[in-house]
Design a protein around this ligand. Structure first.
Ligand SMILES: [Zn+2]
Length: 365
C-alpha cells in the first residue's frame, strides 16, 4: 500500500453517475479542496464541501457539488487530516460526543417542557379563548350536561321554596355586584342559572362553562341558614364563568394533547381533549385564585364579611356534610374517586393560602 504524500489524504471519489470509485489523493490549496488521480484533477471551493458529522462509528462521506462524493478509506486518517486541514470537529460534533452536553440538553428539554406546560400553554389557551364568542362556552356546556346525570347527580330533595329563596338571594347579590362593577366602568357579571341536585359528591358546587351552576343539596345543608356562605360559593363559581376557566382548561388540555401528540406521534390524543379536561386532577391553582378574588368582590359589593368563605373551608375541613341542627346528615362524601369533583368545591383543597386570602380581606375591611 502506497502512502499518500505528506499533507495528502487517500480517499475514494464517486462521480454520482457510476458506482465505480476512483482512488484519489486529497489536498487543501488555499480555499479549495483538490483531488488528484494520476493526471486528473478536481477542485471544489471548500465552503461547498459538506463534511460529515464525526461519530465514532459511521462512514465518513463528504458531499461535493454536482452529486459527487468522497468516501474515507480510513476513518482515523480522515479525522486527523480534517482536524489539521479543515478545522476540528464542529461544536455540534463535539456536543454529540459529550455525555455532559447530552445530560445538559436533556435537562434543558425537561425545563422547556415544564415551562411550556406551566406558562406557555395557559398563555396560548387564553389567547385562543379570548376572541371566541360566548356561544362556544354554551356549546361546551351542552356537551358537559349530556355527560351529567345519575348516579353523579340525582333529582333534588330541596323544597321549591328553599330553591326559590336561594335563587332570589343570588339574583339580588348579583345585581349589587353589577352596580358596583358599573361604578368602576366594568361590564355586568355573567348571569348564572342555578340547578339544584342531590349528589353523591357531597357538599359541592360546579360551574359549567355556559353559566349553569350545579349546587348540591348537601352544600345547601352544609350552609344551613348561612346565606353569605352560599353567596360566597356562588361568587366563586361565577368567577369561573367570568374568567371562562372551562373553555380555557379545555383549550389547555387540547393544546397539551397536540404537543404531546407531536412529541409521541399519537394523534388520537387530540380526540381525548375533552375527557382529559374532565380527568384533570386539579383545576389550576391560578383559576382558583381568580375565582376566589371574584367571590371576594361579590361579598364586598354586598357588604358581606369575607369570613363567610372561611366558614365554608372550616366546615369542609371538619368533614361536616350538613349543618346542625338538621338531623338528616348525609354520610361524608366519598372523595377522590369522582372526576366531577375536579370542578366542584370538594375537590378544591382549602389550603391555608386560600383561607388566609379571605381572612386577610376580612381584616382589611
Ligand atoms: Zn373553583
Amino acid at each position: 500500500m502506497s502512502l499518500p504524500p505528506p499533507g495528502a489524504l487517500g480517499a475514494r471519489l464517486f462521480d454520482g453517475h457510476s458506482a465505480r470509485a476512483l482512488k484519489v489523493e486529497l489536498r487543501r490549496e488555499g480555499n479549495q479542496l483538490l483531488a488528484q488521480a494520476g493526471e486528473r484533477q478536481w477542485r471544489w471551493p471548500l465552503d461547498q464541501v459538506r463534511w460529515p458529522e464525526r461519530s465514532r462509528e459511521g462512514r465518513r462521506v463528504a458531499e461535493l457539488p454536482d452529486g459527487m462524493s468522497l468516501h474515507a478509506l480510513d476513518n482515523t486518517a480522515w479525522d486527523g487530516w480534517c482536524e489539521v486541514h479543515v478545522g476540528g470537529p464542529g461544536w455540534i460534533d463535539r456536543l454529540q460526543g459529550s455525555w455532559r452536553a447530552t445530560l445538559l440538553a436533556l435537562a434543558g428539554l425537561v425545563l422547556l417542557a415544564v415551562l411550556t406546560q406551566q406558562w406557555g400553554v395557559p398563555w396560548a389557551a387564553r389567547a385562543l379563548v379570548e376572541p371566541m364568542p360566548r356561544s362556544v362556552d354554551q356549546s361546551l356546556e351542552a356537551a358537559v350536561i349530556d355527560s351529567l346525570g345519575p348516579p353523579t347527580l340525582s333529582p333534588t330533595r330541596l323544597p321549591p321554596a328553599r330553591q326559590a329563596e336561594i335563587t332570589a338571594a343570588w339574583e339580588a347579590a348579583k345585581e349589587r355586584l353589577d352596580r358596583s362593577l358599573a361604578r368602576q366602568g366594568e361590564p355586568a357579571s355573567p348571569a348564572l342559572t342555578l340547578r339544584f341536585h342531590a349528589s353523591r359528591l357531597g357538599p359541592n358546587a360546579m360551574a359549567l362553562p355556559g353559566g349553569t351552576v350545579v349546587i348540591t343539596d348537601e352544600l345547601v345543608a352544609l350552609a344551613g341558614e348561612d346565606m353569605p356562605l352560599l353567596l360566597g360559593v356562588l361568587g366563586h363559581e361565577q368567577g369561573h364563568v367570568q374568567h371562562r376557566h372551562g373553555l380555557r382548561m379545555a383549550a389547555q388540555v387540547g393544546l397539551l394533547s397536540v404537543l404531546v401528540g407531536s412529541l409521541w406521534g399519537d394523534p388520537s390524543s387530540l380526540v381525548s381533549a375533552l375527557p382529559l379536561w374532565w380527568g384533570q386532577a386539579d383545576y389550576s391553582r391560578e383559576a382558583e385564585r381568580e375565582a376566589d378574588a371574584w367571590s371576594l368582590r361579590l361579598l364586598q359589593a354586598n357588604g358581606l364579611d369575607p369570613r363567610a368563605m372561611v366558614r365554608l373551608f372550616q366546615a369542609l375541613a371538619a368533614g361536616r356534610t350538613c349543618a346542625p341542627p338538621p338531623a338528616d346528615c348525609a354520610p361524608p362524601a366519598a372523595t377522590g374517586a369522582d372526576v366531577l369533583q375536579t370542578l366542584g368545591f370538594a375537590s378544591h383543597p382549602a389550603p391555608a393560602e386560600r383561607l388566609r386570602f379571605f381572612e386577610q380581606a376580612a381584616g382589611r375591611s
